[in-house]
Write a protein that binds this ligand. Structure first.
Ligand code: BTN
Length: 289
């Protein structure tokens, strides 16, 4: 197990404090949190986090990899607990809230950032329509004799990644988008990552605490409205790759109570999708992105 090279304390709204451990390199921050929770029987304080700027074996959604070369990105895993009584309604919203938390954190980086940063359902964060951040939420297990669920919310942000290192033609980084300058960095930690990690943890805690206060009701907590406001998928023609290998095409018309994407097919039938990989069609070129 890697030793933390720095520990930051983040004051959350409401006065609680969360700890962010920064490591020089971690194969996968989600995997490390799972290992410590499952094998080490370690119960983290709510919103405690493990972070690194170098993640050679990171994991993405739908079994993809998410590799972070040193000094170019932030890999952050946040520990979350949810009371079992509200988990049925709230669990799906944990990783959706993470995308919104990142959007909120990035909005503070520049005057024009709020209009450039959007969420692509379910929780990719885009700058100018290009992916800058991905989220992978995973269940770790139960605590308190089954009365609460423990989860890890993994967040990867391309921070100082130069254009020629971007993983796909539809990716970007904060640096490429001009939201951070090219600053000095140490070998594995990119500039601004401490502040960014703290801002994300704080913004996530605000949203999830509010969701818990409202008994897991995303509508009452404002989370669903926030997603509708920030989600560039709504109103778009979409092609969705489904976990069973199938695809469907239609128009994204809304977000359900559980955070699912509502897609109206050409036949008029509305499908509610809980998982899937969405591409937006670009009207002018017909290109999918
Ligand atoms: C995606 O496919 O878009 C989700 C990417 C999630 C990557 C993050 S980086 C921190 C955490 N640790 C991992 O191994 N994966 C997540």
């Amino acid at each position: 197990m890697t030793e933390a090279v720095a520990i930051a304390q983040v004051e959350l709204v409401g006065g609680a404090v969360a700890t962010i451990e920064r490591h020089a390199e971690v194969a996968s921050t989600n995997a490390l949190m799972r290992e410590r929770f499952v094998e080490g029987r370690e119960r983290f304080a709510p919103y405690s986090a493990i972070a690194t700027g170098s993640q050679p074996d990171g994991r993405g959604r739908l079994e993809r990899e998410w590799v972070a070369p040193p000094g170019q990105s932030l890999a952050l895993s946040v520990y979350v607990e949810l009371d079992a009584a509200i988990a049925r309604d709230a669990l799906g919203w944990v990783s959706l809230a993470a995308g919104l938390a990142v959007t909120d954190a990035l909005a503070g980086l520049a005057d024009d950032a709020p209009s450039r940063v959007r969420v692509k359902w379910p929780n990719d964060v885009l700058v100018d329509g290009r992916k800058v951040c991905g989220v992978l939420g995973e269940l770790l297990g139960v605590v308190d004799g089954g009365r609460a669920f423990a989860c890890v919310v993994g967040i990867g942000v391309n921070t100082a990644m130069p254009a020629d290192s971007l993983p796909t033609p539809t990716s970007t980084s904060l640096q490429v988008a001009g939201l951070i300058g090219v600053g000095p960095r140490d070998d594995e930690w990119s500039p601004g990552s401490d502040a960014l990690a703290a801002a994300i943890v704080r913004a996530l805690a605000v949203r999830l605490d509010r969701l818990v206060e409202r008994g897991g009701d995303a509508k009452a907590s404002g989370l669903r409205d926030e997603l509708l406001r920030c989600c560039s998928t709504i109103g778009e023609r979409v092609r969705v790759s489904l976990p069973d290998g199938g695809t469907l095409e239609g128009t994204a018309t809304g977000i359900g109570d559980g955070g699912e994407l509502e897609v109206r097919l050409a036949s008029g039938e509305v499908r509610r999708l809980q998982v899937g990989d969405v591409e937006h069609v670009r009207a002018a070129s017909g290109e999918w992105r």
